[in-house]
Design a binder for this molecule. Structure first.
Ligand code: ATP
Length: 459
């Protein structure tokens, strides 16, 4: 495998390249792949490069792999020796510059200084490429395998370090090793609830489980495409959607839509209750917020969902200093998602007028999607979702089919009800049977109507 550096990378580093993925390659066994990360100087005048080599399984290096390189320094030829020592390898980092010996420099927020001596950058890159190529060759040689073909081209890709981490994770699960060493990469605390693996409490499988809300579903389908196939947006030079604000009365399906988006796009769903964040102690709230974003970036593809966002962005004019900082942290993180693919942020509110205006500027929550109370057709399809779900759960038909007149009465009686209230009507109808001790039979349309009316007019 050849490692080659483009002149553009040298120039970008010289200009002060922030932490960026410079190249990635998947490899045949015994390695799984390599990710190279580069940045301009963490100190003025320096540059830093690191290549993380990830084996497929624990890799035994049986003997010292000696590597010799030659380079010129001030006109004289200098021989340099490098070694991969014998032992078990579960990850190898080849690095140059001040990093990752000084681990905190991995933190993307550390400023990257320009490196005025372009020639020195080029020399540094060439040496790094040679050493990396030799290390890879040595590993394959030690494993008795042929060195992989192909080349790893190092260039300023524009991909941030979160992408690098995600890339490494995809190459091989169990990447926790490196992630744990990166500051701010620890799993977050309690504020949000990443669902457990395989958790399927609500049984939703996708947008088909949302009744009505055709406009909102259609908007979220576009977001789904952006998560699954960001290239389809880039191809047309369009920025993929990043933030969507869902607004509407309580119980209309905002949370449901966000969950279904995650399901449809195969993304992780991270639910953050803004009120929980806000109620944290001074300083703690910002940290929690930061962690939520970090978590989403690391878990990409991810849908990060903020409930009751108005609690966070409550008009800043008269607000407390702490709220100010909280909104700023939120905005910084939203803006920091520029160029990060596979993370979308959804927020929901019942009070759109109370949402801080700064949050709805272009590039932030710039898609406002109304999730209103359902019309009769919407109510019918919400009923259908929940009736079918009840049948599925019971493993038999528990609701009698409704005829035209039955639907008409039901939809009339449920005027003004939300999806959550319709779901509640269905639940109550089932509960009546349970309480009556019934073991067979089904629920008639009149019985369902009676429960729907009890939800609509609770006297
Ligand atoms: P809030 O503003 O109070 O947080 P919300 O708009 O987020 O409410 P959800 O939590 O999504 O509402 O709705 C609660 C439950 O009601 C859902 O889990 C689902 O069972 C049912 N529901 C609501 N809307 C719909 C819908 N359009 N289709 C099917 N079920 C729905």
């Amino acid at each position: 495998m050849e490692v080659r550096c483009t002149p553009e990378l040298a120039e970008a580093i010289a200009r002060g390249l922030p932490l960026t993925v410079a190249g990635q390659i998947a490899l045949p066994p015994p390695l799984a792949g390599i990710v190279v990360i580069a940045r301009g100087g963490p100190v003025p005048g320096g540059l830093s490069l690191a290549a993380v080599l990830q084996p497929r399984a624990l890799l035994r290096v049986p003997e010292l792999i000696g590597l010799q390189t030659t380079r010129r320094r001030n006109g004289t030829v200098v021989e340099e020796a490098f070694a991969v020592t014998p032992g078990l390898l579960n990850q190898l980092v080849v690095s140059s510059g001040a990093w990752p010996l000084v681990v905190p420099l991995l933190n993307p927020s550390t400023p990257a200084y320009p490196v005025p001596d372009l020639a020195a950058v080029k020399r540094g890159l060439d040496l790094f490429a040679t050493v990396l190529g030799n290390v890879v060759a040595g590993i394959y040689q030690a494993a008795g395998k042929e060195a992989p073909a192909g080349s790893l081209v190092l260039a300023p890709t524009g991909l941030g370090v979160e992408t690098a981490l995600a890339g490494l994770r995809r190459i091989r699960k169990g990447f926790a090793g490196v992630a744990a060493r990166v500051p701010g990469q620890q799993p977050p605390g309690r504020v949000y609830t990443p669902p457990a693996e395989g958790e399927d409490e609500e049984e939703e499988r996708g947008f088909a489980d949302v009744g009505g809300q055709a406009e909102a579903v259609s908007q979220l389908e576009a977001v789904c495409q952006a998560i699954k196939d960001p290239q389809s947006y880039r191809r047309w030079g369009v920025r993929p959607p990043r933030g969507v604000l869902l607004y509407g009365p309580p119980g209309t399906g905002k949370t449901l839509l966000a969950r279904c988006l995650a399901r449809e796009s195969g993304a992780r769903f991270i639910h953050v209750r803004a009120t929980d964040v806000v109620s944290k102690w001074y300083g703690e709230a910002e940290r929690k917020l930061q962690e939520a974003f970090d978590w989403a970036r690391r878990e990409q593809p991810a849908v990060l969902f903020f409930d009751e966002i108005d609690a966070l962005g409550r008009s800043r004019d008269d607000a407390h200093e702490a709220t100010h900082r909280l909104v700023s942290t939120f905005l910084e993180n939203m803006d920091g998602l520029e160029g990060v693919e596979g993370v979308v942020v959804l927020a929901a509110t019942n009070r759109p007028e109370a949402v801080d205006e700064a949050l709805t500027r272009p590039g932030r929550f710039d898609r406002l999607v109304e999730v209103g109370l359902p019309d009769p057709a919407g109510r019918q399809s919400i009923f259908r979702v929940h009736l079918a779900r009840a049948d599925r759960r019971a493993g038999r038909r528990v609701f009698e089919a409704l005829d035209e007149g039955g639907w008409e009465r039901l939809l009339q009686a449920t005027e003004g009800l939300s999806g959550a209230e319709i779901a509640e009507a269905v639940r109550r109808a089932l509960e009546v049977k349970v309480r009556a001790g019934a073991t067979v039979g089904s629920i008639s349309q009149d019985e369902l109507l009676a429960e729907a009316m009890s939800v609509a007019r609770p006297w």
